[in-house]
Design a protein. Structure first.
Length: 78
């Protein structure tokens, strides 16, 4: 009787090659991940630019001239 070892006790199965569907899935996921990274980078760049622009511009105050003109129109129609 032969001596049992790992090599002759267990059958060694070759890993199956990547199917066309597996390859397509892998490529598509890679593309989607790259697009997501690019979109996130663009969003953060635009957000930073917007926040800098808002910080550098003085706040806009409404003038009371617009409300006065409304009142004068309302008064003149009566």
């Amino acid at each position: 009787m032969t001596k049992l070892t790992k090599s002759n006790l267990f059958k060694v199965y070759d890993s199956k090659p990547e199917t066309a569907m597996d390859k397509t899935t892998r490529v598509v996921r890679q593309m989607v991940d790259e697009e997501t990274e690019q979109r996130d980078a663009k969003n953060s760049r635009l957000r930073t630019a917007r926040l800098e622009r808002e910080a550098n511009t003085p706040p806009v105050t409404k003038t009371s001239a617009a409300s006065k003109s409304r009142r004068s129109k309302a008064a003149s129609t009566r």
